[in-house]
Design a protein around this ligand. Sequence first.
Ligand code: GLC
Ligand code: CA
Length: 540
Amino acid sequence: MKWWQNAVIYQIYPRSFQDSNGDGIGDIPGIISRLDYLQELGIDAIWLSPVYESPNDDNGYDISNYQAIHPEFGTMDDMDRLIEEAKTRNIRIVMDLVVNHTSDEHKWFVEAKKGRENPYRDYYIWRDPVDGQAPNDLGSTFSGSAWTFDEASGQYYMHLFSKKQPDLNWENETMRQEVYDMMNFWLDKGVGGFRMDVIDLIAKVPDHKITADGPKLHAYLKDMHEQTLKDREVMTVGETWSATPESAKLYSDPDRNELSMVFQFEHMMMDEQPGKSKWDLKELDVVDWKEVLTKWQVELKEDGWNSLFWNNHDTPRVVSRWGNDKDYRVESAKCFAILLHLMRGTPYIYQGEEIGMTNRHVTSIDEVDDIESRNMYAERLAQGYSKADILKSINVKGRDNARTPIHWNQTDQAGFTEGTPWLKVQPNYKEINVEQALADKDSVFYTYQKLIQIRKENPAIVWGSFNLLLPEHPTVFAYERLYKNEKWVVVTNLSADSQIVSFETIKDQGNVVVSNYDRSSLNWSDLTLKPFEAMAVQFV
Ligand code: GLC
Ligand code: CA
């Protein structure tokens, strides 16, 4: 077994986690001060969103120096101390590896811009204009064209994200070698691995408008593994919006020596209108959604590994998205926790999820920080959408939803900072905060703590097979896990209405291991589930 196979990973978005010096920006010393809390939760590793030097066009996902810490987050000494302090608590630090692109302020790009003969020119993707225009109509994820014209050299450079995030040219072997050297620099410091930002895009073929899953992708990953990860006890998780179960097996089959696992997003895109964008909303069809999640559980059983997550710094918070953050906040937060954490794979918790933090709400674009939402707002306004419609999409799907500061306690600014936070603290911090959660034995926090413990103590949760139960039920998501002579049944009601269900084949009572309502007796053939009720029952 690899250490990450029964591990739970906690994502920290450092700007919003804990400020230590009153400048309103979370930082590394702040994280260190909260390690005891994370140890109490029981997590095994932290995925740390970028803390490198960056002009912050995309909050750190635009890196200007991979081997330096952004002064707003601290120093390299702080970083070394974080790795050390985490290690004494059996927590590993997984770094964010952003190598699809750099910042336009990275030394490589500054050099590359000096002219066509510069040795760094080929580290990036340059094309001549076609008929005085961009080479093709490839678009950027952050609105507009993926091509920006560079006056000085008369060529366009490519960027799948903002124009301050030029894409690296992975065809260039010297560039690849520099990336591997940089990875080894971090690995030699003792980090626990990497989360690889949009890694499915690195092998793009711009002239054929191929962006994700390019033909050389797996060759690059194998080469990377050979030169950096091999013979080290580390984990890697690729961010792959394009992944299918078939490609996920290519990435994560241990015999192929590429990655430990990938984040797949199929279940995260099902409340969007097909063929449109993430901003074009649609109700989630739970029956379809169950089918998709089941497909991933079943197909990656033999020669692959799943990652399990409901949210991250790019998505809304699950309790607001699919739960009910008004009448059943605590119940639905626990319900989604139980549903996820007893599946097969490695679960991820996004900071604040463990206390049931909610989406934030804005009434004006002035309150929005995120470049993706701001660019979309400008684009749609020009296309004639109403402000109200655009703000509605932002309130439902915008990335700032999950980026507000963590609520630590009831004091001013929720104990996040003694200054003015870079993004407003949410008004509900007096009711939802860590101090309150720790003091209440029925809080969402203790359900997460218990679920992490259950995974550690029960090989059935790590290795058991997965079968969906009641596949046609419109709101109840139920499944069983089978391992040796052991069986677990997980039943969750993803709705605010009671449901009556029947499991004719279950005869024994079983032992309720975790639930979000009191459950002393169970009548399996006539089971009434309360709003967002969830339970896991073990049969041995
Ligand atoms: C990934 C990151 C996101 C970032 C983008 C560009 O999707 O998670 O935050 O904006 O890549 O780096
Ligand atoms: Ca700070």
